[in-house]
Design a protein around this ligand. Structure first.
Ligand code: FAD
Ligand code: NAD
Ligand code: SF4
Ligand code: FES
Length: 807
């Protein structure tokens, strides 16, 4: 018997999932054809945020590759748009003039990003954030331009903003309301979120309505209805989406906001169905995958002629995909008539939890800072569960994160919200199919296949189910999405195979992308330079812009110059030179830095080499992943409390370790007594003078993640301080992940472990030998550029470098 012809319009997440469900039911029922306007096989749109944030690559987000279509005998037409449906003849026509008939037709055309209809919205440099093309455009822009404006402080806008920050851009988020994510959060959670994102570097302009996007040939800024304006090289519109219904409407299918469907996803036209963001069910259009996948399952069963439950709508929950921020929202998250709420607000821990209750049952929830109860709350909402005394008690117990979440879950509890996979289903699959990794669970059950937010829970379930046989190694963190190897594996391979160049590492170790990404290139460059001191030639194109130009780029595109002043001590002669240079080159601002140095701000790029030459002082490395400064207090030379000569030790340390490249920046301080005027407690290495010696603190941080340093040891002499600091630094260089500050590294590997390594005389000796080798290979970069004409030309005159501009 001839198979029925099934055609899918829209090769996106909802439509293809529905096809997968159909194939699961009966592979041979239909002759399937799929049309997709985009030139790609089906990919995970959700992970575009992760691609922009540098955590994965475009190559990694394909969900069904070309082979999948071939193996399932699906005719696929990509880059081809269906422009007409003839419902009488049961035929459709594409923009390439192709005509195809159908017995059953599924429309899954998704949404279109809403572009504000303001003057200038069509200018070069204005984009939506919806597909691979938009994502690539933003990544390309970030290589050349500096200032981004994101219009819309919803989920998409904030995820885009985080990505652009990661790409080295400065980001203003423009939001029309007075608080962010008003569609998911209440004002309290929203303000906590804003505070956290501001710490990450985002700038918010609230209650701002865009009037115009201006610029000559391309976008130069955004003007608001209140008359104010901001500069911008890139404008990202993230102000919501509109169901893509044009084709259906023009073909005479009933539409409202979306294509109207019943509980079996049928439109008003026989044999035509709609699923996904383009469909409107009981007056609701969904914009998250979980409900779309539920729809797809119902439609698949219905279309295959299986008796199925009707689709009755979904309670949705959301989580923001920005690292370091835990936010969860579900159901009716705002109190209203007939509802009351239970709230817990722990200002110290930055945790806020709220559940909204109607007639004794939970109908909504908002969590900030600790979202571990999100899944459980969502289940309670789904099951219409009453609020018991036991629930209230556990809700008020703040430290729920310390418990293993999976152990307390019921088998029917959903672990993966996007794909509706329960704990029971995952455990059963692990046992029945002998699954060992998150990826295997994903391939078998779909859990963690969409936003990836449940990966942690899936890993916990593996550990919980497999017990001792669980292989933690399999859960490794890879360098980035371009490889399946972890940092340690990459380093081991580099050593074993004696790989010497970034490109060589990528090629020999089977990188998925030819060029790598902004995460792996600088990391590989660092690992190679650490492994082959004096031999490896630094690859400029793999460096972040500040390190390439040996100066920090400023908000207005100018640069800053910070000369080295050992221990924060200067002379009249140095000050005179600095003043002369500042006058001669019209330096608009001279400022003292937090690290006790002088910063010449607002310097033009082309003036940098001349200024360095005239200053004739070493680079202060204020831009580098290296030792920045050693801050010192005045010490016993002048201070009556001083027990030691902190200034002399600070100068000695700075002279010793300057220019040493490290996984991230390193700050040091020396105070001559426990009053700690140089703030030694919040430095990567902080030295405090005590009676008869020095205390060495490590892993302190005064930045976003405030952390007091741990006492590593107490020593008697300045020589011992230098020796212990050197061993600590070298071990950090050799074992930390690139871009991991000492504060994180110390926490990850543990102080005891660090002590075990560097207190062992033989290991310390070896570390110090390798450190000396690395130090011998360093040179002053400013001097090198001043003395090398070619470098000046390539870097400072011919600066449309084809290399990434990153942070
Ligand atoms: C950056 C980003 C992050 C997101 N993060 C999350 C998240 O964390 N969690 C979550 O649940 N959701 C998230 N979403 C939303 C989620 O991606 C969408 O809900 C989902 O992709 C919608 O699936 P769909 O199949 O309905 O539409 P789409 O995935 O948009 O697919 C529709 C496809 O149809 C094609 N098409 C349209 N018209 C035609 C035509 N006439 N002919 C042929 N082809 C056509 C389109 O080109 C498109 O490829 C995110 C979205 C974005 C953009
Ligand atoms: N983590 C996730 O679940 C996730 C991530 C990204 C996108 N998405 C989905 O993708 C879709 C698009 O996301 P979105 O954030 O664009 O949609 P959205 O509708 O959720 O949010 C748009 C935001 O833009 C604001 N806005 C509207 N007009 C504005 C204006 N003129 N100026 C400034 N702000 C304005 C709105 O107040 C709203 O907060 C949604 O369906 C969303 O659920 C989900
Ligand atoms: S840390 Fe102690 S010695 Fe140094 S300046 Fe402060 S009080 Fe004086
Ligand atoms: S919760 Fe999104 S993939 Fe599991």
């Amino acid at each position: 018997m001839e198979k029925k012809k099934l055609v899918l319009i829209g090769n996106g997440m909802a439509g293809v999932r529905c096809i997968e469900e159909i194939l699961k039911i009966d592979r041979d029922l239909f002759d399937i054809t799929i049309f997709g306007s985009e030139p790609h096989p089906n990919y995970n749109r959700i992970l575009l945020s992760t691609v922009l944030q540098g955590d994965t690559s475009i190559a990694d987000i394909t969900m069904n590759d070309w082979d999948w279509y071939r193996n399932n005998n699906i005719r696929l037409f990509v880059g081809e748009t269906v422009v007409q449906i003839d419902k009488e003849k049961q035929q459709l026509r594409t923009d390439k003039g192709r005509t195809v008939s159908y017995d059953e037709l599924i429309i899954a055309t998704g949404s279109k990003p809403f572009m504000l209809p303001v003057p200038g919205a069509d200018k070069k440099g204005v984009t939506a954030f919806r597909d691979i093309k938009d994502c690539e455009m933003m990544m390309e822009y970030a290589k050349t331009y500096k200032k981004a404006a994101v219009i819309g402080g919803g989920l998409l806008g904030l995820e885009a903003a985080r990505g652009l920050l990661n790409l080295g851009m400065e980001v203003d988020v423009i939001h029309i309301f007075d608080y962010l994510m008003e569609r998911q959060l209440d004002p309290t959670a929203s303000k906590l979120l804003q505070r956290e994102l501001e710490k990450q570097g985002m700038n918010f302009l609230l209650k701002k309505e865009t009037a115009e996007i201006f610029g000559e040939n391309r976008v130069e800024g955004v003007r608001f209805k209140d008359g104010t304006e901001i500069a911008a090289d890139l404008v990202v519109m993230a102000v919501g989406i509109r169901p893509n219904i044009d084709l259906a409407q023009e073909s005479g299918i009933a539409v409202n906001r979306g294509i109207i469907v019943n509980d079996y996803l049928e439109t008003n036209v026989p044999h035509i169905y709609a699923v996904g963001e383009c469909a409107e069910h009981r007056g609701v259009v969904y914009g998250l995958v979980a409900p779309l996948y539920e729809q797809g399952k119902v439609l698949a069963e219905a279309i295959c002629g299986i008796k199925t439950h009707p689709y009755e709508g979904s309670v949705v929950s959301t989580q923001l995909k920005v690292s370091g921020v835990d936010v969860f929202s579900a159901g009716e998250f705002m109190e209203g008539e007939g509802t009351s709420s239970i709230k817990v607000y722990d200002e110290l821990r930055g945790v806020y939890k709220k559940v909204v209750v109607r007639a004794g049952k939970i109908v909504g929830a908002v969590l900030f800072g600790d979202t571990s109860e999100g899944r459980k709350l969502l289940e309670m909402i789904h099951r219409n569960e009453p609020v018991s005394d036991a629930f209230q008690l556990s809700f008020f117990q703040a430290n729920s994160t310390t418990q293993s979440t999976v152990a307390t879950m019921a088998d029917t509890d959903v672990v993966c919200g996007c794909n509706g996979v329960t704990k029971g289903a995952i455990c059963q699959a692990i046992v029945e199919h002998g699954l060992r990794t998150v990826e295997e669970v994903r391939d078998c059950t779909n859990a963690s296949r969409s936003c990836g937010g449940c990966k942690g829970l899936v890993a916990e379930l593996l550990e919980y189910t497999l017990g001792e046989t669980f292989d933690k190694q399999a859960m490794k963190e890879t360098v980035c999405g371009c490889t399946t190897l972890s940092r340690d594996e990459v380093i081991a391979e580099i050593k074993a195979k004696k790989l010497k160049y970034v490109k060589e590492v990528m090629s020999v170790l089977g990188w998925k992308t030819e060029e790598g990404c902004s995460k792996c290139r600088p990391a590989l460059n660092y690992y190679l330079s650490m492994l082959y001191p004096g031999e490896y030639v630094d690859e400029l194109e793999s460096r972040f812009v500040n390190e390439r130009l040996h100066a920090n780029i400023q908000a207005d595109g100018t640069y800053s110059v910070v000369p080295r002043m050992y221990g924060g001590v200067t002379t009249a002669e140095q000050l005179r030179k600095i003043a002369d240079v500042a006058e001669k080159y019209n330096v608009p601002m001279i400022k003292l830095t937090g690290g006790q140095r002088i910063d010449l701000l607002g310097v033009k790029k082309e003036d940098l080499p001349r200024i360095w030459a005239e200053l004739d002082m070493p680079s202060g490395y204020a831009y580098a992943k290296a030792l920045r400064t050693v801050k010192t207090c005045v010490g016993n030379q002048f201070c009556r409390f001083g027990t030691q000569d902190s200034t002399a030790l600070g100068i000695e340390m700075e002279k010793k370790f300057e220019r040493l490249n490290t996984p991230h920046k390193v700050k040091m301080a020396v105070s001559a007594c426990p009053r700690n005027c140089a703030e030694s407690g919040i430095k990567d290495v902080g030295i405090v003078g005590v009676d008869g010696g020095w205390e060495i603190y490590v892993g302190g941080n005064g930045g976003t993640h405030l952390r007091a340093g741990d006492l590593l040891c107490t020593v008697k002499t300045a020589e011992e301080v230098i020796e212990m600091t050197g061993a600590f630094l070298q071990y950090y260089r050799e074992s930390a992940n690139y871009l991991e500050r000492t504060s994180k590294w110390v926490e990850r590997v543990g102080l005891e472990h660090i002590r075990e390594v560097i207190f062992a005389p033989e290991m310390r000796k070896q570390l110090l030998e390798r450190l000396e080798q690395a130090l011998r290979a360093t040179t002053d970069p400013w001097k090198e550029i001043v003395e090398t004409k070619e470098l000046q030309e390539t870097l400072f005159t011919n600066l449309q470098a084809k290399v990434p501009v990153n942070r």
